[in-house]
Each structure stands twice: as C-alpha cells, then as structure tokens.
Design a protein around this ligand. Structure first.
Ligand SMILES: C[S@@+](CC[C@H](N)C(=O)[O-])C[C@H]1O[C@@H](n2cnc3c(N)ncnc32)[C@H](O)[C@@H]1O
Length: 334
C-alpha cells in the first residue's frame, strides 16, 4: 500500500480550539481557523494576540481566494495542497515526489512515469506550459551557442527537443542519452519525421553512470531531467567526467518561484490544474501529480549552484526564467 508522508497544511497552526468544527465540507476545510484564539504569551515575551488573529484571518482568506476561480473552471480538481517539507540537501533520492522511497527503487519509478507519458509527452508539454517550454529551451540553446565543431551530450534528452535545436542552430553532433527507452523511441521517430537522419545518436543510459568516454564532449545539457535523478550530485560529477576541460555544463530545470504573487498562482496551477489536465488529456493523473511534487522537492537555485561548484565546475551562474518557474544553471568544466 502506498504510504504518503503526512501533509502539513499551512493551516495546521496551533491557535485553535481542540476538536473538529461542525459541518466541515471539502469546500470549507479551512473553516477550523474560525476557531482561532489568541496565542498564550510566554513569560518575558511581548504579547501580540492581534497578530495571531490577523495571521489566522489572512490564512482563511487566502486559500479561498486562491481556490474559488480554479474550482469554477475545474470542478473535479482534488483538494491536495503542497507539502512544505523539504528533503535535506543531497537526500532527494529518498523521495519520489512527496512519497518516501528506498533510493534503489526511485529510478524504476521514474522510468515507469516516463514509460507511461512518452506517447503524450510532447502534446502535454505544450498544453501544460502554454508553449513556454519552447522559449526556455530556445534560451538554453542561445546560451549553448552551437558551432559546427561542437559535440553536445544531452542527458535525459527524452524526445530530442534540445538535440534538434542544437543541430538547427548549427551544432556539429549530438548524443541523446535517456534512461527511458520509450522516450528515446519517440525521439527517434520524431527525428525521422523531421528528416534528421544523421547528426544525432540515441542512447539509453543513466545520468549517474553515463555510457560516454571521459573528456569527450564540449557541452553537456540536461533539461527537466536532473529533478528525476536519484543522486543529483553523482549526475553532476558524471557531467564533469565526460566534459572536456573548457567545456560547459547547463541544467534547465523547473525551479523555485521568486515572486510571491506568482508563487500562489503557481501552487494552484501545479497541484490542482496539472493533475486535472493529466487525468483528462493523458488519462494519467498520478504522473502529473509526480511532476508537481518533484518540482517542490528539487533544490533551491542557490543550493544547486553550490552543488555544481562542489563537483568541480567554475564560474557557476543561475539564470531564472519566468520568475523562477524554471532556471538555467551553468558552469565551466575546469
Ligand atoms: C521531463 S523529461 C525531459 C525530456 C527532455 N529533456 C525535454 O526537455 O523535453 C525527463 C526525462 O528524464 C529522463 N530521466 C529520468 N531519470 C533519468 C536518469 N537517471 N538518467 C537519464 N535520464 C533520466 C526521463 O526518462 C525523461 O525522458
């Protein structure tokens, strides 16, 4: 049976009368906060009961404001809200989204997700992001600045979006490496449909143990892949191993929103709209719930930058995209 860690709702604050309030329905699950009472002031501390009450009032109003319009459009949405608990830096392998797992099981679970979504992957990407993922990938490719004598390794390359852009912009050769065979197959078929019959090599392999020779590629990209990897630090060290000295590492990944207003809307979107769309369009709610959960589990921008530096990269930079919904981390292999 699936075990999920207890979700700590932002509403489960201590200032309330014990016992469930009467007539609670999913629509007024925040109603328990109407039972807010002033906090007890510990001896020696300045009393601030009005603050405690104001905070509670704010917490009643905010979720209702957030949920109402979305519910009007998507009445069948679930009630789950983000779990604020974060894994310790380096412990991401113990989590599959918000579900604690044995690290040895994680990559199998991730493969099952991408096996399941492979055929709908590109359609869902466009639907979910309103096409914005294309702009983010274009930005990544501007940073890579392909040249005819460059070799790119695109890890977690899936259906080939990054490799195709690299070739289109004048890059020499691309190797796509992905752990899910179904994604690679879709990518290969797309290449044939686009008449890209040479220039891309398709490989099935794990970002943590790349089937690639040391110091053999000029650029390493991983787009929306690092979040799914069990041992992120191991994958970054592998990137360092396969890059030539002077080569460059790029990670495009969903990240952490830096604008508070956007964060609220994004939470509703991720935890309510995305799973709903997954259910209706791809007939696979769980995979799209995993997407939202895994994004929240991914390290903050600064933490990831530190870990890239720790793997031996120099001049590590972070570029936030769309207010931090995504970010590109880059660093030189020295
Ligand atoms: C969200 S898709 C991204 C695909 C593509 N890069 C893109 O931007 O459209 C994530 C990909 O990461 C791959 N992946 C997950 N864990 C991996 C690992 N440990 N090693 C290599 N690929 C992995 C999945 O199979 C999947 O194709």
């Amino acid at each position: 049976m699936e075990h999920r860690p207890k979700t700590v709702s932002p509403c489960s604050i201590p200032h309330r009368v014990a016992g469930p309030p009467p007539n609670r329905t999913p629509w007024n699950r925040h109603a328990k906060l109407f039972h807010a009472v002033p906090s007890q002031t510990p001896p020696g501390r300045r009393p601030h009961p009005p603050y405690a009450i104001r905070r509670s009032a704010f917490r009643i109003a905010r979720p209702r404001w957030r949920m109402a319009p979305a519910r009007a459009i998507f009445p069948a949405m679930s009630d789950r809200i983000p779990d604020p608990q974060k894994p310790a830096s380096g412990a991401e392998g113990n989590w599959f989204g918000f579900t604690p797992v044995d690290p040895s099981a994680k990559s199998g679970l991730v493969r099952a997700v991408f096996d399941s979504v492979a055929t709908n992957y590109d359609l869902m990407n466009d639907l979910m992001s309103g096409g914005i993922h294309r702009l983010w990938k274009d930005t990544l490719m501007e940073m890579v600045a392909p040249k005819p004598d460059m070799t790119l390794l695109d890890v977690a390359g899936g259906t080939g979006d990054i490799a195709f852009r690299f070739l289109k912009k004048g890059g020499g050769a691309a190797v796509v490496c992905d752990i899910t065979e179904a994604m690679v197959r879709v990518g290969r078929d797309r290449a044939v449909d686009r008449n890209i019959l040479s220039g891309v090599q398709w490989t099935v392999g794990d970002a943590e143990r790349l089937p690639i020779a040391p110091r053999s590629v000029d650029a390493y990209t991983i787009a929306f892949g690092l979040r799914n990897v069990t041992r992120i630090d191991e994958a970054i060290r592998e990137a360092h191993r396969v890059l030539k000295p002077g080569g460059k590492f790029y990670c495009l990944e969903f990240s952490h929103v830096v604008l508070p207003v956007l964060r609220e809307l994004y939470d509703v979107y991720s935890f309510q709209v995305l799973p709903f769309m997954g259910r209706v369009v791809a007939k696979d709610e769980a995979s799209y719930r995993y997407l939202a959960e895994s994004i929240r589990r991914f390290p903050q921008q600064a933490d990831l930058a530190r870990r890239i530096e720790a793997a031996g990269f120099g001049a590590v930079r972070v570029r936030n995209l769309s207010g931090g919904i995504a970010a590109i981390h880059s660093g030189w292999r020295i």
